[in-house]
Design a protein around this ligand. Structure first.
Ligand code: VTB
Length: 327
């Protein structure tokens, strides 16, 4: 992928994060999402690519923008030969978090060569996510206790020195019980299992594994991040409602027991993952507004070039004499 395109992707999540962050605390999660979607789409359309959304806001007949299959980028209208790129987005992961000013909302994009990201249906997925340290330790077919003891062993510590991140949902009642019984610590979060998975894969965040049922599209984005971080994710599609079962069948997903590993979800060679903080989080700071400028904090990674960048960007307003501060 062209490097100008890569930098372009970074701007896409930065602009979406800025748009969403302006609405922080408004209490209007749909509005926050909408402004992020619009900003993201506008930036994606500026890029020199023939992009196609494979994971977006929903189906074409249901949403006007960033729908699955939507063509984006200048390659569709200009005569130039620009690369074909598949794109997965979550313009505002954690809409509630942004709407209430709570930590952990991010704007996210993953891209790959054609076919490199699974077009996952919008149903639930049971997930387990770890970083490189414990990549060999996980097995979705094994019990929670067994997974946690193997992860603890990989980290050379006791189970009670592990912290598991879990979405605070009724459906996790049993899972939480099993984690407690195994003796691990738990961090319950109200939303955002994608940023939770990324945090668990990075040392120094104080979390070691993310477990539980969240969105399947978020699972594909998490897997793209794991490809770049050398972490690992396993997932099993979990239709919790009748319409989800029908949706799965309609999309050709028949094997309910199949465990998807990292590379089944994000198989591409040329995977880019990019996330920008909207509100402050474990890994990324939220957007900060100053008189005369805006500052964003992003994670920008490439599986192909094996680079992981923490990017701190300052957008200076035209004519501004804003002095750049070190912190
Ligand atoms: C999941 C999770 C997301 O929303 O999709 C969740 O993957 C929705 O779950 O990270 P519920 O239906 O139980 O609310 C997030 O937490 C945020 O978009």
């Amino acid at each position: 992928m062209e490097s100008s395109l890569e930098i372009g992707f970074l701007r896409v999540t930065e602009k979406a994060a800025i748009a969403a962050a302006r609405t922080m605390g408004y209490g209007k999660r749909k509005y926050s999402d909408q402004v992020a979607v619009e900003a993201m789409r506008e930036e994606l359309n500026r890029l020199k690519m023939r992009g196609t959304i494979v994971i977006g806001e929903g189906e074409r007949d249901k949403v006007p923008m960033l729908y699955v299959g939507e063509p984006l980028g200048r390659g569709w209208t200009e005569g130039e030969i620009y690369p074909e790129v598949d794109i997965a987005v979550d313009p505002l992961e954690g809409t509630n978090l942004c709407a209430t000013g709570a930590p952990g909302s991010i704007a996210v994009l993953a891209a790959s060569e054609k076919g490199g990201l699974l077009n996952a249906p919008d149903v639930y997925m049971d997930k387990i996510v770890v970083g490189p340290t414990a990549a060999e330790a996980i097995d979705m077919n094994a019990s929670v206790q067994e997974n946690l003891s193997r992860i603890a062993e990989a980290f050379e510590r006791d189970i009670n020195e592990l912290t598991v991140i879990v979405l605070d949902r009724e459906r996790h009642h049993d899972l939480i019980g099993q984690i407690r019984e195994a003796g691990a610590r738990i961090k319950l979060i109200s939303d955002g299992d994608l940023s939770a998975g990324i945090s668990a894969a990075v040392r120094g965040t104080g979390t070691h594994v993310a477990m539980g049922i969240g969105g399947a599209p978020e699972g594909v984005l998490t897997a793209a991040a794991m490809r770049c971080l050398n972490g690992r994710m396993q997932g099993r599609l979990r239709p919790l409602e009748k319409w989800q079962e029908e949706r799965l069948r309609a999309m050709g997903f028949f094997d309910g027991a199949k465990i998807y590993d990292t590379a089944d979800l994000a198989s591409g060679d040329d995977i880019i993952f990019c996330a920008t903080g909207v509100t402050d989080g474990d890994l990324l700071r939220g957007v900060r507004f100053f008189g005369g400028g805006i500052r964003t904090s992003s994670l920008f990674m490439s599986a192909k070039t094996n680079t992981i960048r923490f990017v701190d960007t300052i957008y200076r307003e035209e004519g501004s004499n804003l002095a750049v501060s070190f912190v």
